[in-house]
Design a protein around this ligand. Structure first.
Ligand code: PXG
Length: 458
């Protein structure tokens, strides 16, 4: 390891409070990995090691690193207008143009967007917007938002409350009032509980029915909306049974509550459609977006709003008292425009649907033969391995998070970024990954699972 790396690690240990980290351990270990540059689907650490980034940074660098058109667009916009706001009756070319571009690629019934700096702010916006919507219609009692256990919607107070992570709720007295959680359609977890295979379609209907039950319990006139990711990302790539989403849509329609599809991970081509909602053929009223919107080159998010909601927000004399200094930031918007234009000109969504995702699915499925893997599932450019002690009985390891952390460290040391998520190994590779790189990913994953077996049984 070179001296500069050690110096950076020392600085980091002294001063940097990292997100979602054991701060004491990091402070003492002084071993943060220093990532210094990146190109295509590879990142390079400060000692020159080349690592295949199968997580697209943090589920965001969809178009891969080093996209010159995004870099140029950002550079030009910096010279032209580095900042101006979109409050008090002003706009600027990148914000105006990006709204039109988003209206073009979003489902036909969504033609308006509210900008934020990321996904958490988008979900804060969503919470205030749905309550404001119902109150503008004279139904202020429609206030409660139903979400799901183990959902991830961000880290601000509202977003973490909408999320269903108990470890986050425990810190800071969350959730805030008016947010409740129902069970998730996590089929493998159900197999673990029952110790065998289940009827997955029936399970999809059963878990969707939990929404109807909760609305009926609270009273339809008290419920504003249901929020969910089309496929849960940070919860562990939880791909619902095919029966789930049609039933959820039916329940929302029948009981007159808004449907919010959190597209922060599923949006911008990840499922082989522009949005995960299109993959599942659902019609959301609101779609929080971020991450792949700019491929993570600059922080930008937003909320896509359906026409029927926008009409109410645009009523006479109704002001939505909400906004951020960086809502529609010109340089971030310029990055997003360039990113979407590259996606369009390279026909990337179609390529994912017809080529890359099917190739990944086939290669990923070979990992199901590994003794440590209880299930290898994927959809679009999202994949998960369920790590088990015994495949036949769906038995997880006692220290399931410990085992996957070992595997994650082997991956990093052997040139592959995979995410460990208590008992699961996760990938969300850049959409631009090619077949040879997918082969490399899967070979390395197999090797690191082998190394994990050696480590835990030695
Ligand atoms: N919604 C979803 C579905 C997300 O995945 C957010 C909202 C919040 O976005 P911002 O931009 O505020 O971070 C996310 C973010 C992980 C991990 O550990 C996942 C996310 C963020 C940080 C870590 O997998 N997703």
């Amino acid at each position: 390891m070179n001296q500069r790396t050690q110096h950076l690690q020392q600085l980091d240990a002294n001063h940097h409070l990292h997100p979602f980290s054991d701060l004491k351990a990091m402070h003492e270990a002084k071993k943060t990995r220093v990532i210094s540059k990146a190109q295509g689907v590879y990142i390079y650490d400060n000692d020159g090691n080349k690592i295949l980034d199968a997580m697209s940074g943090l589920w965001c660098v969809n178009m891969g690193y080093g996209q010159q058109k995004i870099i140029d667009a950002v550079n030009e916009q910096m010279h032209e207008l580095p900042y101006y706001n979109s409050f008090f009756g002003t706009t600027h070319p990148p914000a105006a143009e990006l709204t039109a571009l988003l209206a073009e690629i979003a489902p036909a019934h969504m033609n308006q967007v509210f900008f934020t700096s990321g996904g958490s702010e988008a979900n804060d916006t969503v919470l205030r917007m749905v309550r404001h919507y119902w109150s503008s219609l004279g139904q202020a009692d429609k206030f409660t938002v139903i979400s799901r256990e183990n959902a991830y919607h961000g880290s601000t107070v509202a977003a973490a409350s909408l999320g269903g992570m108990t470890s986050m709720h425990e810190q800071g007295g969350l959730p805030i009032p008016g947010i409740v959680h129902i069970r998730q359609p996590y089929t493998f977890e159900e197999c673990v509980k029952t110790g065998g295979e289940i009827d997955r379609d029936a399970f999809g209907i059963e878990t969707a029915q939990a929404l109807a039950d909760k609305i009926d319990e609270l009273g339809e006139n008290k419920v504003a909306a249901f929020i969910a990711e089309p496929i849960q990302g940070a919860g562990g790539i939880i791909i619902p049974p095919d029966t789930y989403w049609p039933e959820i849509q039916r329940i929302c329609n029948e009981r007159n509550i808004l449907l919010i599809a959190d597209e922060v991970i599923c949006g911008f081509g990840r499922t082989g459609e522009w949005f995960g909602s299109e993959y599942y053929d659902i019609t959301p009223d609101l779609m929080p977006i971020a991450k792949g919107l700019s491929s993570g080159y600059l922080p930008i998010g937003g909320v896509m709003v359906a026409d029927r909601v926008a009409e109410v927000l645009m009523q006479e004399n109704v002001e939505f008292n909400h906004g951020f200094t960086y809502s529609g930031h010109p340089v971030c918007a310029a990055a997003a425009i360039a990113n979407i234009q590259i996606m369009q000109s390279e026909d990337i969504v179609e390529r994912v649907r017809t080529n890359t995702a099917p190739y990944l699915a086939k290669a990923w499925q070979t990992l199901a033969d590994h003794p440590l893997v209880g299930e290898a599932r994927s959809l679009g450019m999202l994949g998960a391995l369920e790590v088990v002690e015994d495949k036949a009985s769906y038995k997880r390891f006692e220290d399931t998070a410990g085992v996957t952390n070992i595997c994650r460290d082997f991956c990093f040391d052997n040139g592959l970024v995979m995410r460990a998520l208590s008992g699961k190994m996760i990938i969300a590779p850049p959409l631009v990954i090619n077949e040879a790189e997918i082969d490399e990913l899967v070979e390395k994953a197999w090797r690191c699972l082998d190394l994990t077996v050696d480590a835990i049984y030695s």
